[in-house]
Design a protein around this ligand. Sequence first.
Ligand code: ADP
Length: 541
Amino acid sequence: MNGLMMDRPLLISSLLTHAEQQHAEREIVSRRVEGDVHRYTYGDMGRRARQLANALAARGIAQGQRVATLAWNGYRHMELYYAVSGSGAVLHTINPRLHADQVAWIADHAEDQILFFDLTFLPLVEAIASRVSTIKAFVAMTDRAHMPATTTLAGLLCYEDLLAAQTDRFDWPDLDERSASSLCYTSGTTGNPKGVLYSHRSTLLHAYAAALPDALNYSSHDAVLPVVPMFHVNAWGIPYIAAMVGAKLVFPGPWLDGQSLYELFEAEGVTVSAGVPTVWQGLLTHVQSHGLRFGSMRRTIIGGSACPPAMIEAFQQHDVQVIHAWGMTETSPLGSVSRLTPRQAALDAPQRQALQAKQGRAVFGVEMKIVDAAGQRLPHDGRTPGELMVRGPWIASGYFRGEGAGPLVDGWFPTGDVATIDADGFMQITDRSKDVIKSGGEWIGSIDLENIAMAHPAVAMAACIGVRHPKWDERPLLVVAKKPGRALSRDELLAFFEGRVAKWWTPDDVVFVDQIPLGGTGKMQKNLLRDAYRDHLLTPA
Ligand code: ADP
């Protein structure tokens, strides 16, 4: 027997309609590529999104077709989020930090029809224009006064002109909630990038779950500044969640250095932010070196790679709570959040900090298990590592135009992460499977070693990789970038590991570099380091 409840679809356009009715006056503030600060409201955004939806229809964009963006976090990108998906087309956010060859490959693979870009990316668009086969029009996300001179992009369109030509009357179509809403390619550190295709339903369910108090805890009282880019996993869902709860949105545009972020936090009363650990380094350095305090910021969500305990502590000293979360492009991205249970909250400080450094418990809607190489479930004893498998309504079941059987194993998505899970359900990532260091047949978790190195006051960033060893197959090598002006020797750093980790886990050697290479989403590119130091000589112990 069916229940007698309405079968209303979960649609992205309903978030916008809700925001227009319930939080029309709530502000959206953006630092623009042009350098100035733009401010308007959800009410204004709704009107312009409908003009944009009309403009897309006028250019013949049909439901299901892909509309690409190469853009920073800003209000025009937000309008595209709603106008494209709301009208039934698919928003394809491309990561502009990828190489031009990859951008062209992705645009062709996605069969993008039209490309919207921020002025910063004009050279990139010019470089790919003649190599992409399906894009029929390019749109510069600016007004007439700022239109760039270009000879390469014949017929370049102006975003504000497109909108000005349309009315703001548009009826969002009643779509099937399972229809595709947006598309994001994984960074493809191995092989070609793979397209993760979100649906309206998955996006809304993810937004509900992520907003909950014991998940990321967003509310109408918040001013949210997503540092995490809108070109990567939908800025962790923030453009949707903020509209759902009525949070003020503050977009940093391309200005992501410590000083610019700090100024925007303070000027706009930002209460919560979100980003990968590497972006916070610049902000913390700025705040610490100038003796500043955060006036309004109370918490920050950190994920994308492991958040070093030293960073959690540094934020705590500024009364900013770190919410450590785990996820991936394929998981929309929220999978787990490190939130203490009431019992854990009563533990002493070192125990609480140890828990916070873990990736935490699955949010409702995501199931997790760990398995061995044969796919057998492993115990949740907090010690046994295995491959993390997940499933749920916002986890990818396949890749866009993917070949072969697809990624699922018995209905579960294999994450490629190695993790332990304890009896309370607390999950801890010990490594990505391709980063695991295998020494004498035993696994050494590179993240633990990096976290210890990062706790040293002279270390700015540390990556731990396995290098060949004549006796143990592989041993850990620590690659370290020092903080500016700080002195640190190999032996001093290795002595720092004493008592902090089992002796056989201690790295065999340290290499100092000016900079650790970072990929398009701000993560350390350990594959490049492995290539560079593959033959680094270690003395047999
Ligand atoms: P890619 O870098 O391949 O594009 P994603 O950006 O989707 O992929 O990153 C997902 C991966 O990032 C996860 O599989 C995991 O290895 C890593 N990751 C994400 N959050 C965390 C975290 N809190 N701690 C450790 N690793 C994390």
